[in-house]
Design a protein around this ligand. Structure first.
Ligand code: SAM
Length: 267
């Protein structure tokens, strides 16, 4: 009898094929030690399609490329929360009022949207000159979640005091326990599917701030450099790039100067 609760063996060759697919689609490099994690995460897809091996699953993706969306969705990290790495937002609260023009802000790997909405709340609190946020991710399913702007109310534990009432609506009846981002913020945030390893949309324009956080660490040095170089024309001189606190752009030849840990100013 086969044990359906355990994934079949993922051999080295299939693991390499999966890694290659992930890297070609997103630029991310799955670490060598992720073999078991990958097998467990994809097991449900094998069961759904009644497949007995990962080789058969990869053949299925060759025949039906849309299945790859599920593979990526299951394997790519998308952890996020409101006001993650809060020092960035505190800095923006001080910096945005120094702009004499409407601020253009980009959350460039926004996952389910918490980062983009945090940015929107900070902009609403701090600028009187107007603002717009672009929220993008390569994963359109995540972007739909981001655009819906509905979250478990427990997520509000990360909000500064008083901001839940100011920037969100709290659900009642069947929506009890949920928060919804208020219309005043929603009308100024635009969502677009953008894969940062591909050519960027030609009409992006220039931003005052780009948040590219908790993604770069998954790229190899060359991909990291390519992605950052592609972003540079879209960050105006004097604008800020913010990366994750555990990420580094050390050694890359970019027109940026460090301002604070994980914050860089465009030259
Ligand atoms: C760990 S989450 C980080 C979310 C948020 N920036 C934060 O710091 O909380 C990484 C996000 O990067 C996205 N991502 C991965 N590869 C990407 C690519 N090539 N282009 C755009 N987004 C990508 C994933 O879909 C995921 O939502």
């Amino acid at each position: 009898m086969t044990d359906d609760t355990r994934p079949p063996r993922l051999d080295h060759a299939c693991f390499q094929r999966i890694r290659q697919r992930v890297s070609q689609a997103t630029g991310l490099q799955l670490a060598d030690d992720r073999q078991n994690v990958v097998a467990h995460r994809l097991h449900a897809r094998l069961r759904l399609h009644r497949l007995a091996s990962f080789e058969a699953y990869l053949d299925l993706i060759d025949a039906h490329p849309s299945e790859q969306t599920h593979l990526l969705h299951l394997l790519i990290a998308r952890d996020t929360y409101f006001f993650r790495e809060h020092r960035h937002f505190e800095q923006l609260l001080r910096w945005l009022p120094t702009l004499a023009h409407p601020a253009r802000l980009w959350s460039a790997a926004c996952a389910s949207g918490e980062e983009a909405w945090s940015l929107a709340m900070v902009a609403q609190q701090s600028t009187s000159a107007g603002w717009q946020v672009l929220a993008s991710d390569y994963d359109s399913a995540l972007l739909r979640q981001a655009e819906a702007g509905v979250y478990d109310i427990a997520q509000a534990r990360y909000f500064p005091h008083g901001w839940l009432d100011r920037h969100c609506l709290c659900g009642a009846d069947e929506a009890a326990g949920r928060l919804r981002i208020a219309p005043g913020l929603r009308e100024r945030v635009r969502f677009e599917t953008i894969n940062l390893i591909k050519p960027l949309p030609t009409d992006l324009g220039e931003f005052d701030v780009i948040l590219l956080r908790n993604l770069l660490a998954g790229f190899d040095a060359r991909c990291k450099a390519d992605v950052l170089l592609r972003l540079m024309p879209h960050l105006r001189p004097g604008g800020l790039l913010m990366i994750g606190h555990s990420e580094s752009i050390h050694g890359l030849d970019l027109p940026l100067r460090p301002l604070l840990p994980s914050v860089f100013e465009r030259l």
